[in-house]
Design a protein around this ligand. Sequence first.
Ligand SMILES: *Cc1c(COP(=O)(O)O)cnc(C)c1O
Length: 232
Amino acid sequence: MPDLIHNLEAVQQRIAMAAHVAGRDARSIALLAVSKTFPAEDVRAAHVAGQCAFGENYVQEAITKIEALADLRGTLEWHFIGPLQSNKTRPVAEQFDWVHSVDRLKIAQRLSEQRPDNLPALNVCLQVNISGETSKSGLSVAEAVEVAREIAALPKLKLRGLMAIPEPVGSIDEQRVPHRRLRELFERLRDEGLQLDTLSMGMSNDLEAAVLEGATIVRVGTAIFGARDYSN
Ligand SMILES: *Cc1c(COP(=O)(O)O)cnc(C)c1O
């Protein structure tokens, strides 16, 4: 676990440094620790070190972890960031605080219908396919405006902003291009009257580029928890 604490500090330092270069307040950038494939004990250790927001990609794995950490309920914030099928929305609507990966209206409608009345609105981001790769999920930039309007009107959701997973590229200048495109779309939606405050972009390898382009949440897994093992 000492690694984990050291890694968390190192990531916070990277965020602070990039914020400084960008002339931004580092407190305007939240760190989401992506704990997929790592056990509940690692989440607990990160929480002891001061980390509160955790990202998960797989519904069943996440629910098991959330239940194992039920004693920390109220002090942890759970963000769903993986692909979401419409038959798996209910546990997500019931157990999570955020969903970053909303990529179609139908998913949003189900999440809104299934969000329990006693919970606050579920925070959501629209996932946008910013690199234009056919294999990756996400709305096209062209579709995003219309879908954002429809989702913003759903009663039990709060549309917070946009999320993207750009294609990996080498240099920081190249990394900035898709992040800039997402920010431009974000600004356009705000100009059209949508009250958005969240740009979820940047991962272990490109968080500096994302912060330079205005990220408000960076989603970091490997640089905190280490390399993932998908063998089980
Ligand atoms: C796994 C994952 C991350 C974290 O990626 P790292 O490269 O390990 O930091 C971030 N966002 C999403 C959507 C992911 O699936």
